[in-house]
Write a protein that binds this ligand. Structure first.
Ligand SMILES: Cc1cc2nc3c(=O)[nH]c(=O)nc-3n(C[C@H](O)[C@H](O)[C@H](O)COP(=O)(O)O)c2cc1C
Length: 197
């Protein structure tokens, strides 16, 4: 375990993890060994049939702005001019402004699969949550986004993914000067649970 994680218990990491967007980040670069730690924690997600379907593309600091601009360009290219908005275009560009690293997380569909796709998506999502929790333990701000062109075929093409592979999102990572805010939930926990006794 990376030493920065010692002393952060699992409950604390779960409860204090918050979505913190790049506009709240300060541009400080995350050391690469911490990024490697996030990814190695991701690799311990549960996996049905031991397919280990999670895959990651790490966009390093020197390439983050370029990617954000490319994402905005894809949005412009693939959006009908009647629904295109410069606000959304600029928002996509700005996602690269204070971000240290972006991790694109995708599910690799194994050939001749027996495991249903939904389970591979579930396993990859569990791996992503490991990244978010480990980031929190390191005091790193994170934002799991499926905005922009995330689910557009053009994005899959951009990363040369197979037809059955699925992009689960972009994880924007960085440091923030602001303390992690209190979270809020709209639906009481009791409404989400049914006990069978
Ligand atoms: C699969 C997934 C996709 C998300 N995509 C977006 C997004 O595109 N834009 C956004 O503002 N937030 C996105 N979020 C973050 C949620 O808005 C956020 O988790 C929610 O507001 C709860 O806040 P918390 O993460 O601080 O608990 C996404 C979350 C998940 C799980």
């Amino acid at each position: 375990m990376n030493h920065a994680m010692q002393g952060v218990d699992i409950t604390q990491a779960i409860r204090t993890r918050r979505t913190i967007k790049p506009e709240k980040m300060n541009g400080r670069i995350i050391p690469e060994d911490i990024i490697v730690d996030l990814l190695s924690q991701a690799d311990w997600a549960p996996t049905h049939g031991r397919t280990e379907p999670w895959r990651f593309v790490v966009i390093a600091p020197g390439r983050v702005k370029e990617f954000a601009t490319r994402h905005a360009g894809l949005y412009k290219q693939h959006t009908d001019p009647t629904s295109f908005t410069p606000e959304k275009f600029n928002k996509l560009v700005m996602l690269g402004e204070n971000t240290s690293h972006i991790i694109m997380a995708w599910m690799k569909r194994v050939p001749n699969h027996k495991v249903p796709a939904i389970e591979e998506i579930a396993a990859t999502s569990a791996a992503i949550q490991n990244i978010l929790l480990t980031a929190t333990a390191h005091g790193i701000a994170s934002f799991w986004s499926t905005g922009g062109l995330t689910h557009h075929p053009a994005m899959k093409e951009e990363f040369k993914l197979g037809e059955e592979d699925i992009i689960l999102g972009f994880i924007y990572l960085g440091y923030s000067d602001e303390p992690f805010k209190e979270g809020s939930r709209m639906i009481p926990l009791s409404e989400k649970i049914e006990w069978i006794r």
